[in-house]
Ligand binder design. Structure first.
Ligand code: NAP
Length: 496
C-alpha cells in the first residue's frame, strides 16, 4: 500500500458524520465515548457531530433521542442536564438513505458550507452498505484530503469479501485516511501490553522460546447472543472474535520491537507475525482447532437456554459459539512455543486475560513442584492489571523450610491510575480526529488474518455439525479444548 498522497490538515475544527447515528453502536458506545471526551475537555473545540439515518428527524428531535438514550448509560458516564445541554450543541442530524445515490449531495453541501479542517466519516452501519457508501461518498466529492473514514468490524466475512471492500475503499481514499477499528486495540490494558514490552527493558530478554513455555489468550464471555442472534448465527466466534481481536492480541504479544512508535512501524511488525503463523494442515485442522456450541445450563445461578433456542438462531444451526486453537508463530523467536487462543459465549465468567507461562527452573533444589510458578498474567477485562506469579519462602510450615509458596505481585491499573481512564472508543475516536493511526488495522494485516483463518472457515462449513462439540452454558467450554492443551503437557489457567 503506497503512502498517503496528501498531507492531512490539523484538526482546527472537525465534522464527525456518524452513518448509523441512531443505531445500537452509536448510542451504546460512540455517543457515550464522545460525551466522555467532551466532559474531559479532550474533544477539540469547534466540532460538530452529524448523525445520519433514514428517519426524518430535525436536529432538535435527534438531540432529544440521544438524551433519552443516555438514560440507559451507566450512571457515572451519564451527563447531568446542564452537561447534556452543552454537549447537545454539537449534535446535528442529516436524513439519508445510504443506498440512494441522490441522497449524498445534501450531505456534501452541508459539509462544504462549513469546510471543517477534519471530516470524519464513521460507518457505523450494516457492512453490506460499506461498498455503496464508499463509492457514493467519492462520487459526491467527499473523499478530500481533509477526510478520514472509519470502518467498523466486520470488514467482510472471508478473504475475498474483505479484499473487495478494501479495494473499493482504497480506490477512494489513501491508506492513511482509513481507520479500521478493532476496539480491543483501544483498551488501556492492550496499550499497557505495548508499554510493558517496549517501555521496559525487564521482560524483553525473557520474551522468547528459550524462557517461555506457552502463551494463552482467553476472551471469555458469560453472556449469550442477547438480541443479536440473527447476526451472530451468520458469523460465529471465529469471525467475530478470533480473526480480529484475538489475533491482534497475539500480534501484540509476539511482534518484534518496532523501530519507532510510528503507526506503520508497529503495523509492519504485526503483519510479520500474521505472516509467520504456521498454516493449517489436514492434521492440525483436526488436532489443533476445537469448535463448540453451548447448550442449556446455568450462568451465575440462573438457568439459561441453549444456543439453538436463542431468538434469531436456526434450530439446526452449526455456528460455533466457542473456539480453541493452538497456533504457532514460525519464526526464530517463537519456533516450538504454542500460542493457545480460546474464546466463547456463555462461559463460566466474563474474563479476558493473557497468561505467559515461563519455563520452570532448570534444576529443582526445593521440594515444591515448580510447574505452577513463574507466570505473567495480563488482565484485560473486567480487571485491568498485571500479576507476576512467583514462588517464595512462606511461613506456613516452620519445619518444611524447603517448600515454597506461590505469591503474586499484583498491579491493578484501575487502583493505580483510577478507574476513570480513557475508554477504548474514546481513545480511538480521539485518535481518528487527531489523525493517529497506531491503534488501527492496516488492510494487509486484515488480509493476512483472514488468510490464516480461511481454511478453518472452509473446513467447518464442510463439516457441518461433525466436530461441533456441545458444552453446557456456564462451563469453561468443551472438554476437547482441555484435551488439546493437555497433549502438550499444559493446562488452561483455571485448571492449574
Ligand atoms: P443497528 O442497531 O442495526 O443500526 C444501524 C444504523 O444504520 C441505524 O442508525 C439505521 O437507522 C442505519 N441505517 C440502516 N440502513 C440504512 C440506510 N439504508 N440508510 C441510512 N441509514 C441506515 O446496527 P449496530 O448494532 O449499531 O451496528 C452498526 C455497525 O457496527 C455494524 O457494522 C456492526 O456489525 C458494527 N458493530 C456493532 C457493534 C454493537 O455493539 N452494536 C459492535 C461492533 C461492531 P435507520 O434504520 O433508521 O435508517
Amino acid at each position: 500500500m503506497g503512502p498517503c498522497p496528501f498531507a492531512l490538515p490539523l484538526p482546527m475544527s472537525f465534522d464527525l458524520v456518524l452513518f448509523g447515528g441512531t443505531g445500537d453502536l452509536a448510542w451504546r458506545k460512540l455517543m457515550p465515548a464522545l460525551f466522555q471526551a467532551f466532559r474531559h475537555g479532550t474533544l477539540p473545540p469547534g466540532g460538530r457531530i452529524v448523525g445520519v439515518a433514514r428517519d426524518a428527524l430535525s436536529d432538535a428531535q435527534y438531540r432529544d433521542l440521544i438524551r433519552q438514550r443516555f438514560e440507559h448509560v451507566e450512571l457515572a458516564k451519564r451527563p447531568s442536564p446542564e452537561e447534556f445541554e452543552r454537549f447537545a450543541g454539537l449534535l446535528h442530524f442529516q436524513r439519508m438513505d445510504l443506498s440512494k445515490p441522490g441522497d449524498y449531495a445534501a450531505l456534501a453541501a452541508r459539509l462544504r458550507e462549513r469546510n471543517a479542517g477534519t471530516v470524519v466519516l464513521y460507518l457505523a452501519t450494516a457492512p453490506q452498505l460499506f461498498t455503496t457508501v464508499v463509492e457514493q461518498l467519492a462520487a459526491a466529492g467527499l473523499n478530500t484530503p481533509a477526510t478520514r473514514i472509519v470502518l467498523e468490524k466486520p470488514l467482510g466475512h472471508d478473504l475475498a469479501s474483505n479484499r473487495a471492500i478494501n479495494e473499493t475503499v482504497c480506490r477512494a481514499f489513501g491508506e492513511r485516511q482509513v481507520f479500521r477499528i478493532d476496539h480491543y486495540l483501544g483498551k488501556p490494558a492492550v496499550q499497557n501490553l505495548f508499554a510493558l514490552r517496549f517501555g521496559n527493558a525487564l521482560f524483553e530478554p525473557l520474551w522468547r522460546r528459550e524462557t517461555i513455555a506457552n502463551i494463552q489468550v482467553t476472551i471469555a464471555e458469560d453472556l449469550g447472543v442477547e438480541k443479536r442472534g440473527g447476526f451472530y448465527d451468520g458469523t460465529g466466534a471465529l469471525r467475530d472474535m478470533v480473526q480480529n481481536h484475538a489475533l491482534q492480541l497475539l500480534c501484540a504479544l509476539a511482534m518484534e520491537p518496532p523501530i519507532s512508535a510510528d503507526a506503520d512501524a508497529i503495523r509492519d511488525e504485526k503483519l510479520k507475525v500474521l505472516r509467520s503463523l504456521r498454516p493449517w494442515t489436514a492434521e492440525t485442522l483436526g488436532a489443533h482447532a476445537i469448535r463448540g456450541q453451548y447448550g442449556a445450563g446455568a450462568v451465575r445461578g440462573m438457568s439459561v437456554a441453549g444456543y439453538r433456542e436463542e431468538a434469531g438462531v436456526a434450530p439446526d444451526s452449526c455456528t460455533e459459539t466457542y473456539v480453541a486453537l493452538r497456533a504457532e508463530v514460525a519464526n526464530w523467536r517463537w519456533a516450538g512455543v504454542p500460542f493457545y487462543i480460546r474464546t466463547g459465549k456463555r462461559l463460566a465468567a466474563r474474563d479476558a486475560h493473557i497468561v505467559v507461562n515461563f519455563r520452570p527452573a532448570p534444576h529443582a533444589i526445593f521440594r515444591t513442584p515448580l510447574s505452577a510458578s513463574n507466570q505473567l498474567v495480563i488482565h484485560l477485562q473486567p480487571r485491568d492489571g498485571l500479576e507476576l506469579h512467583l514462588l517464595a519462602q512462606g511461613q506456613e510450615n516452620r519445619r518444611q523450610v524447603q517448600s515454597l509458596t506461590p505469591v503474586h505481585l499484583n498491579l491493578d491499573f484501575d487502583q493505580r491510575f483510577g478507574a476513570e481512564r480513557v475508554g477504548a472508543y474514546e481513545r480511538l475516536l480521539l485518535d481518528v480526529i487527531d489523525g493517529r493511526l497506531n491503534l488501527f488495522v492496516r488492510s494487509d494485516e486484515q488480509e493476512a488474518a483472514w488468510r490464516w483463518v480461511e481454511p478453518l472457515l472452509e473446513a467447518w462449513k464442510a463439516g457441518g455439525d461433525t466436530g461441533l462439540r456441545p458444552y453446557a452454558a456456564g462451563s469453561w467450554g468443551p472438554s476437547a479444548a482441555s484435551a488439546m492443551i493437555a497433549r502438550d503437557g499444559f493446562c488452561w489457567s483455571e485448571e492449574q
